[in-house]
Write a protein that binds this ligand. Sequence first.
Ligand code: IMP
Length: 212
Amino acid sequence: MATCSPYIVIGDDEKGYDLDLFCIPKHYVDDLEKVYIPHGLIMDRTERLARDIMKSMGEHHIVALCVLKGGYKFFADLLDYIKALNRNSDKSIPMTVDFIRLKSYCNDESTGEIKVIGGDDLSTLTGKDIIDTGKTMKTLLSLLKQYNPKMVKVASLLVKRTPRSVGYRPDFVGFEVPDKFVVGYALDYNEYFRDLNHICVISETGKQKYKA
Ligand code: IMP
């Protein structure tokens, strides 16, 4: 089994930060409990992931595949850092992009059914928002196999520590997080909270307010 490069572990006892310490859109102040991973830390970690990914890619041309919608922020920021490395080092790797949309969640629960929309050039570095049970990623990987890619590497900003895990680990991970439902930085709860910069823990009020 391939090994995953090192990542930041957020412990079960992590309390996060008071909302008052950061800038939060007014429409969400009652719907969140804590800021869990501030935007600046997400960016700093993503910058390092870009370096690790470039190092491991060798001379391979990269097709970067974004898993929408939750992966769009991570994907865009990761690619910006990869592009900066391409501009500023002796070695640079050509890159094209593609997008695929997967949907499997309603409220904070997996529906068990994974819908795939889009994606036409699949051979790949895959940018994913979060691995919870790992079911979505396993399904996507079996789909990618049909296109006989030379190599598939998966980068996920977050991986959850959960007993529901099917044991899947991506190649590059930003943070390992406790088994809590998190939102922000494009991660949603029924399509809300994507417009939030920090990764936050949703409050009971938020869950009720935006329940499907
Ligand atoms: P998995 O198949 O259980 O690994 O779930 C992966 C997908 O579920 C992610 O791509 C998200 O769309 C969604 N998801 C799982 N946990 C969370 C969460 O804490 N916040 C927001 N979305 C989540």
